[in-house]
Design a protein around this ligand. Structure first.
Ligand code: NAP
Length: 321
């Protein structure tokens, strides 16, 4: 029977589906598998349902001679060496769309929390009984401001769409123009510099690759308004974290909202000492609905493969050639 490794326990409906078609082994621990555990467990497997923290590289494939498909539990696949997989004829799939709204919603949660200083105010309220004051926790208004979207793909566009009630001007920067998106939201396609200089809120939605690594560094942060707020729900290395700490400390920007970090699960320790940053532990897609759909989609890709069909969200289509 087809042997599958699930590298972290996921929602039960997906396990039930896999059980109908394969022999399923699941990481028994409530933590990611160590590299040694992972390399050992994949030795006899035909498929792996992997997490984005699992590095799927040359060493991985060398240790998994039978593996035919890796279903990544996430839309981002910067953990996977796609070219190496294709070279070896291994199918790689991801989980697009089913996490788009959850991640866009979380970007808004961070935007609101950073703009209105929600986390700081919550800590303050718990610590003492002081209340209303004309200057207590002044934040930044949102309605009518300028929203800058970097990476107007599925999540970036959904994020922008959610601004409808706030009457915002939308600027976007992307590798290609998105004319339907422009028409729908009256969004303006601008270069990165213009977006950085003119936006009140800047939200990152690009994938991590060699072109987007440190897309936001010291130079870019210095172009932003001193009142601006930066939101990152994309991938940590898109932002130079050391430069961000410096900008936040020196109040060169107003605040940041982060779901992702440069060296997860680690982050620049100084971040945690700053009151103008809201920090989350990479929970962009963490809703019950989204995680269930992601698990089912990842499992369905494996089932598609077993049934001889093209997996529904196959990334490396060249593998079919
Ligand atoms: P997507 O639909 O592929 O959108 C990515 C967009 O970025 C595309 O419009 C793409 O342009 C654009 N882009 C790529 N490289 C660029 C560059 N160098 N400069 C400017 N724009 C660039 O992907 P998605 O589904 O929206 O997901 C986006 C990313 O969010 C994922 O890759 C993942 O890393 C991250 N994510 C994080 C979480 C979380 O838990 N925090 C959850 C889900 C996703 P083209 O259309 O021209 O290719």
């Amino acid at each position: 029977m087809f042997k599958v490794l699930v590298t972290r326990k996921i929602m039960q409906p997906a396990i039930d589906l896999l059980n109908k078609y394969c022999n399923v082994e699941i990481n028994p621990y409530d933590r990611p598998m160590t590299r040694t555990e992972l390399l050992e467990a994949i030795k006899d497997k035909d498929a792996v349902l992997a997490q984005i923290v699992d590095k799927v590289d040359k060493e991985f494939f060398d240790n998994a001679p039978n593996v035919k498909i890796v279903a990544n539990f996430g839309v981002g696949y910067d953990n996977v060496d796609l070219a190496e997989a294709t070279k070896r004829g291994v199918y790689i799939t991801n989980t697009p769309d089913v996490l788009t709204n959850a991640t866009a919603e979380l970007a808004w949660a961070l935007l609101f929390a950073a703009a209105r200083r929600i986390v700081e105010a919550d800590r303050f309220t718990r610590a003492q009984s002081k209340n209303w004051g004309p200057n207590l926790f002044l934040g930044k208004g949102i309605t009518g401001k300028t929203l800058g979207v970097i990476g107007a793909g599925r999540i970036g566009q959904a994020f922008a769409r959610m601004s409808k009630g706030f009457n915002m001007k939308i600027l976007y920067y992307n590798t290609t123009r998105k004319e339907e998106f422009e028409k729908e939201l009256n969004a303006q396609f601008v270069n990165l510099e213009t977006l950085l200089k003119e936006s009140d809120f800047i939200s990152l939605h690009v994938p991590l690759n060699e072109k987007t690594r440190h897309l936001i560094g010291e130079r870019e942060l210095s172009m932003m308004k001193t009142t601006a707020i930066l939101i990152n729900t994309a991938r940590g290395p898109v932002v130079d974290e050391k430069a961000l700490v410096k900008a936040l400390k020196e109040r060169r920007i107003f605040a940041a909202g982060l779901d992702v970090y440069e060296k997860e699960p680690e982050y620049e320790k100084e971040l945690a000492t700053l009151d103008n940053v809201v920090m989350l532990p990479h929970i962009g897609s963490a809703t019950e609905e989204s995680r269930t759909d992601m698990a089912l989609l990842a499992a369905s890709n494996i089932v598609d493969f077993i049934e001889g069909k093209i997996p529904r969200t196959l990334l490396n289509k060249d593998v079919l050639k």
